[in-house]
Design a binder for this molecule. Structure first.
Ligand code: IMP
Length: 197
């Protein structure tokens, strides 16, 4: 049997890795940056999802052979002029602290009538240190005014995707992985990888 092609995720976010791994199934051997302890932390100094996704994918691809995939993602809230956007992971003042992020979002949204928001995900595929392609996926929805559900991660307990009545955190991984911003970007990545094989 042929060994599975390797896809290295330029992330140490276990939630992103778990979602991508579940969606990829057995088409690739999925590894992430935790398997390469020598990789340096890559500073996300870009001002767009694409710039940050590029920094991460190319930064890892300079040091590791094979396909590297990065994911830069976040939540855009219309009533907040698109914030937190690329700064989603540190919105509450501390990088990666989801409860602080959700607390700040709830307080900024208090009393706001327009609850529309969307998750965006930009993925970059790199090889030999250079970007080969990029892909974007969005999911439109609305914000609720209290945390609901315990699945997923990040802002999932506050976000109801269009066409549903529950938050991503209540809907669970299986449904989230069918319609999320990440699922929509990854679908294009898989098609690209299969076609370039
Ligand atoms: P990144 O690691 O710089 O791409 O930041 C991603 C941040 O966006 C996360 O820390 C979350 O705050 C938010 N985010 C991205 N994707 C999701 C998701 O699927 N659910 C909930 N929050 C997400």
């Amino acid at each position: 049997m042929q060994p599975l092609p390797r896809l290295i995720l330029a992330t140490r976010n276990a939630h992103k890795t778990a979602e991508i791994r579940a969606m990829i199934g057995d088409r690739f051997e999925v590894m992430d940056a935790t398997a390469f302890p020598e990789l340096p932390e890559i500073a996300e100094t870009g001002t767009t999802f694409l710039e940050n996704a590029r920094l991460k994918a190319e930064g890892v691809s300079h040091r590791v052979a094979g396909w590297v995939l990065s994911d830069d993602s976040g939540l855009e809230v219309d009533a907040l002029g698109g914030a937190p956007g690329v700064w989603s992971s540190s919105f509450g003042g501390e990088e990666g602290n989801h409860s602080k992020n959700n607390a700040r979002l709830l307080s900024e949204m208090a009393g706001k009538m327009d609850r529309t928001a969307r998750f965006r995900c930009t993925m970059v595929l790199a090889r030999d240190g250079a970007e080969q392609a990029n892909f974007t996926g969005n999911v439109q929805g609305r914000l609720v005014d209290a945390l609901h559900g315990s699945g997923g991660f990040g802002y999932d307990p506050l976000f109801i995707p269009d066409g549903h009545a529950q938050t991503f955190a209540e809907l669970g991984d299986e449904i989230k992985n069918q319609l999320s911003h990440r699922a929509r970007a990854l679908e294009q990545v898989i098609k690209f990888l299969i076609e370039s094989d």
